[in-house]
Design a protein around this ligand. Structure first.
Ligand code: CAA
Length: 287
């Protein structure tokens, strides 16, 4: 370290280098995705699925890279929110059918098929899916693993696995049903029919719809807004909202109350309320 400091000529340069260490890791290059830091305060990570010839079909390689990038960003304290997007034609047209086609039951079990996908739903930081074009099968499931879905006006959501002689395998029969209700989810899963961005918004699957060319910009703005709050409290809040999907109402209410109480042990809760009382902007430190 001392040698590096000498080479750099000052301690402050070294501090800067160490502070940005994660950034260098985060911007590493991948084959099937692109990842970059964006946003007004450079604290939003943008991951773009990038297999255009296969409509961003979610191959094992792509999902490994996505998990890797998410892990880097989860560990980067400068990243407040993550946006996942695809192309204008496809967010993702599902798991890679060509790769899956020779699979057998034994291989699925032995290779723990789809295990790499769980990283998305376990990420502690908020993830926004910006969906243009097709979000089908695993693509729709990937979007639902994210915390908020914004859609372009031409987006299409569907679970067409039934036409391939299989069923959704990454949450399509479970998350979709909890989000849009049994009748609509059953219809989508049993017919393979797609729904439009507008229908998805009416059903609560999507929170807002934008013109396709504005979508990513709007998702980044949403990340910017989330990033103005305490990252620590944002993570606690994400856990509380998610518990509504994973527990009974009473367990969820108890969890929420305790997490609310827990915020009173943080500096950021104190700062947020003090700033309000003193009529000034809060300066959160994530402590
Ligand atoms: N896997 C692999 N390749 C795919 C793919 C997929 N899921 N979806 C599209 N592609 C490929 C096509 O094979 C084609 O490649 P070639 O040019 O080499 O033939 C290329 O992407 C372009 O696709 P199309 O020519 O079909 O484009 P289109 O505009 O005519 O149709 C589409 C678009 C309606 C999305 C159509 O591609 C389609 O139906 N794709 C499959 C959708 C699907 O069934 N998804 C579910 C997958 S199973 C799953 O996801 C399981 C799970 O729950 C995890």
């Amino acid at each position: 370290m001392a040698t590096i400091a000498k080479i750099l000529g000052s301690r402050s340069s070294l501090r800067l280098l160490l502070n940005n260490r994660n950034r260098f890791y985060s911007s590493k290059s991948y084959e099937f995705i692109k990842s970059e830091i964006v946003g007004a305060k450079s604290n939003v990570a943008l991951i773009t699925l990038n297999r255009p010839k296969a409509l961003n079909a979610l191959s094992n390689g792509l999902m490994k890279e996505l998990s890797d990038a998410l892990e880097q960003y989860e560990n980067d304290k400068n990243v407040a929110a993550i946006v996942i997007t695809g192309s204008e034609k496809a967010f993702a047209a599902g798991a890679d059918i060509k790769e899956m086609q020779p699979n057998t039951y034994e291989k699925c079990i032995m290779n723990n098929f789809l295990h790499d996908w769980t990283k998305v739903s376990h990420c502690q930081k908020p993830i926004i899916a910006a969906v243009n074009g097709y979000a089908l099968g695993g693509g729709c499931e990937l979007a639902m693993m994210c915390d908020i879905i914004y859609a372009g006006e031409k987006a299409k959501f569907g679970q067409p696995e039934i036409a391939l002689g299989t069923i959704p395998g990454a949450g399509g029969s479970q998350r979709l049903t909890r989000i849009i209700g049994k009748s609509k989810a059953m219809e989508m899963c049993l017919t393979g029919n797609m729904i439009s961005a507008q229908e998805a918004e009416q059903s609560g699957l999507v929170s807002k719809v934008f013109p396709p060319e504005k979508l990513v910009e709007e998702a980044i703005k949403l990340g910017d807004k989330i990033g103005t709050h305490s990252n620590l409290i944002v993570q606690i809040c994400k856990e509380a909202v998610n518990s509504a999907y994973e527990t009974t109402l009473q367990q969820g209410l108890n969890f929420e109350r305790r997490q609310f109480h827990a915020t009173f042990s943080t500096k950021d809760r104190k700062e947020g309320m003090t700033a309000f009382v003193e009529k000034r902007p809060a300066n959160f430190t994530n402590e």
